[in-house]
Design a protein around this ligand. Sequence first.
Ligand SMILES: Cc1cc2nc3c(=O)[nH]c(=O)nc-3n(C[C@H](O)[C@H](O)[C@H](O)COP(=O)(O)O)c2cc1C
Ligand code: SF4
Ligand code: SF4
Length: 336
Amino acid sequence: MSENISRRNALKLFGVAAAAAIGSFAGITSCNKKEPEIKTDNLANQAPETNNPGKDIQANDSEQVNNEAAAKPEKSKRIVFYFTGTGNCMYVAKELSENIISIPQAMKLNQLEYEAEEIGFVYPVYGMMPPNMVRKFIQTAKLKANYFFAIATYGNKAGNAVNIWNDITKAAGYTFDYIATLLMVDNWLPVFDMDEQKKMDKNIPANLAKIKTSLEKREKYIEAVAEEDIERWNKRKEEKTGPFQADGIHALAEEWFTVTDACITCGACMRVCPRKNYTIPGEKAVPKGECELCLACIQNCPHKAIIITAGEKNPKARYRHEAITTRDIINSNNQN
Ligand SMILES: Cc1cc2nc3c(=O)[nH]c(=O)nc-3n(C[C@H](O)[C@H](O)[C@H](O)COP(=O)(O)O)c2cc1C
Ligand code: SF4
Ligand code: SF4
């Protein structure tokens, strides 16, 4: 099944798109020498709760997937771009294609031109909206495909997410053929207890199977939105405070997060942050900078040493999708 192929040959086969995929899968990590190396021993031993802790930080898991994708050029007919903080969207992207590309990696490498038969997006809903980086990517990338689709994962109420994506992408010059939402674990720590969320049955396999079938048929479908959700969004447009304003997420990492003395300077937060917001200048990590609010840092800290300054439902509970490892999140998001 896994015919190995060199990275150079993979580039020849796939061109520009493969380059970013390889960036994503292999987690290009041109190290900043001023910053401490990640202590993977600590991470492997003390990963957050997950159903497969032993699988965490297995070196080259993802590279293997990439090699398989590169060995099967026919699969590149569908590229799926994704953004993830806690793995839900990466899991869905992997279910939909063997040729997935992390948006933070594509942005980091400035690889913005892609062509495929089908192009898909999987992103998390943040206050009804896509993450800022996803919005920026669709506004700046040059994409060519015969079929465009988007899956917006959410945890409780997607609200007007479908229309918001439709509007943003239309303004960027794209007509999406298919836009649907998918209910998954809600990773929003201020409101939800991750231990409770993990126990909830949200019918994910059946709902994802329906999406897969529709996409196989290249169905044209834009999910309907309730009138009250459109109203809620119209009111939001007037709001000029808070993190979820109509033009995007407004948040600063230094205001949102506090690092406690439990920090062991392992460096995981530095590597999982798609905005490069963490440094370790002394005895503990320090967050600073414009933030996506993806929660990758706080949810993936193996010592639960990061907390939300304004408070959380359950500071002891953390979440990452059971099929996705910390290494996968690092490969997806690392900007170092
Ligand atoms: C900043 C933020 C805002 C969120 N806003 C919403 C929301 O408006 N509605 C909702 O149902 N879920 C919301 N969620 C939950 C996520 O959309 C959901 O858990 C998603 O599947 C996470 O994907 P990921 O694991 O790939 O990061 C929010 C999560 C975060 C971190
Ligand atoms: S805050 Fe957590 S992830 Fe970051 S360096 Fe400290 S222990 Fe590691
Ligand atoms: S600081 Fe944390 S929440 Fe903000 S972008 Fe980085 S990883 Fe995401």
